[in-house]
Design a protein around this ligand. Structure first.
Ligand SMILES: Nc1ncnc2c1ncn2[C@@H]1O[C@H](COP(=O)(O)OP(=O)(O)OP(=O)(O)O)[C@@H](O)[C@H]1O
Ligand SMILES: [Mg+2]
Length: 446
């Protein structure tokens, strides 16, 4: 997979932007800090040097000129400072010398571009500068002669501090941790919203989202709850309409049945009564479905493997002759979140169809992939004509035109099964097996 620099998730993107910002700010802070330390170190170095050189000069100026060399030899002061008496200013590229009567001490080193600290002094001192890490200073004695000093300056180390690095790293780590924590916290409501949408897909009666938190999140939650409410009402209205129609059809059917009794022609009367019975069965199935849909069963954890085995056992009880061809393949247990009664109704219809139209049923439960489980119900019957594979899901559509009461019901089974499975966030498809027979494939989120 290609390495992505720009992450996909909003949380990661926000974190990256904030961390980059933090890095820039820290970098700038570090630079300012370094310059500041540089200034302080330069100041300290030049002060220290000035004090040492001037005290050396002072001692020598107060000494008799003939003893200066001896005193200087005794006065020796640190390996970084070389001093000698000479007849002229140090042999360096010196700036222009001030005139002898200025009575000034100026230490102005090229290395230390601090400007010239002007120190009042009783006698004139001339000095020079030198580039990096070396200062060359010449001082004129009032009675003639020079003191030439070469000082090795320690390189400036703006970063050198035992605690600074630790403190800086700790501060950066703390700021980064705080940023990551804040981003996660801020993005959490988005995850809640996505979860709620996912749950609503499985269960229109899912509890509403809490409408609190920051105002944007609360607004989104309110909008989401309103939408969920509308969907719920829409589904309810449709189901109620369906049951109302089914209910109202019962009375005219009963009336027609009574009237049919008066039909003289024996054959016609039987046909009419069979039709009416079929009509009644359709209405009853419709009403049963409406009742189920309205009784909002709660979503609970259930063992799908157990449920499938129970359905097969029930089928075996109903058809003891087929006991040997009702098979279950798959794990012993697999827990999913579902409405157990309606799921049982949907899956039982598939097994019943396999038994009724295919004469056998093999139920196969596959382990979950991407949080989806697959259940296959196979038989070894004649299969379903290719043109019918989708149409059999239409309500009251039956492959067998004569509504034979022995091989099945009214043609609502698959329509109801699909309805139930889609309400769970899953689906169902039918296909013919290459070996013969039909295969119903059910997917369900776990
Ligand atoms: N496994 C199968 N093999 C062959 N045909 C099938 C199979 N399953 C379903 N069918 C065809 O699809 C039609 C519709 O099935 P569906 O389950 O919806 O209704 P039904 O079984 O006829 O009635 P009921 O409402 O009682 O389930 C069936 O009439 C049958 O012709
Ligand atoms: Mg059926």
């Amino acid at each position: 997979m290609r390495f992505r620099i720009w992450p996909r998730s909003l949380a990661a993107r926000t974190a990256v932007i904030l961390l980059l910002g933090l890095a820039v700010v820290q970098g700038l802070g570090l630079t300012i800090h370094a310059f500041d330390r540089l200034d302080v170190q330069r100041l300290a170095q030049s002060r220290d040097l000035a004090i040492r050189v001037v005290s050396l000069y002072r001692t020598l100026v107060l000494t008799d000129p003939s003893h200066r060399a001896t005193v200087l030899a005794e006065l020796h002061r640190g390996p970084d400072l070389k001093a000698m008496l000479s007849d002229g200013p140090p042999d360096a590229d010196l700036p222009e010398m001030p005139t002898p009567d200025q009575r000034l001490l100026r230490i102005n080193m090229n290395v230390l571009p601090l400007g010239a600290p002007q120190l009042r002094w009783r006698e004139l001192v001339i000095y020079g500068g030198h580039p990096w890490h070396t200062a060359v200073i010449g001082m004129h004695f009032p009675d003639g002669g020079w003191l030439d000093v070469t000082a090795e300056l320690e390189p400036l180390r703006p970063w050198h501090s035992p605690t600074f690095l630790v403190a800086f790293l700790l501060m950066t780590a703390a700021a980064a941790a705080l940023t990551l924590w804040a981003v996660r916290r801020m993005m959490a409501p988005l995850r809640v919203l996505a979860n709620a949408a996912e749950v609503l897909g499985r269960d229109v009666n899912a509890p509403p989202l809490p409408e609190d938190g920051p105002s944007e999140i609360a607004t989104a939650a309110i909008a989401f709850n309103t939408m969920a409410g509308r969907i719920r009402r829409f589904v309810q209205d449709r189901t109620e309409l369906l049951t109302a129609i089914g209910h109202d059809l019962r009375t005219p059917i009963t009336r027609l049945k009574l009237r049919a009794e008066f039909v003289e022609d024996e054959e016609q009367r039987t046909k009419i009564l069979v039709d009416l019975e079929e009509l009644e069965a359709m209405v009853s199935a419709t009403l049963a479905f409406g009742r189920d849909a309205r009784a909002s069963e709660p979503v609970t954890a259930l063992d799908l493997a157990e449920l499938l085995r129970t359905i097969l056992d029930d089928a075996a009880d109903a058809r003891p002759d087929l006991q040997d061809v009702l098979l279950y393949e798959g794990p012993a247990h697999l827990t999913i979140q579902a409405r157990s009664l309606s799921l049982k109704r949907a899956l039982a219809n598939l097994v019943t169809n396999a038994v009724n139209y295919g004469g056998s049923a093999t139920v196969r439960l596959k382990p979950p992939v991407n949080r989806l489980v697959e259940v296959q119900v196979e038989d070894s019957g004649p299969g379903i004509p290719a043109a019918e594979l989708e149409r059999v899901f239409e309500p009251f559509h039956r492959g067998e035109p004569s509504r034979n009461r022995e091989t099945g019901g009214v043609g609502l089974g698959l329509a109801i099964a699909r309805n139930i499975l889609r309400a769970h966030g899953g689906d169902i498809t039918l296909a013919n097996r290459a070996e013969g027979g039909a295969r119903a494939t059910v997917t369900l989120p776990i």
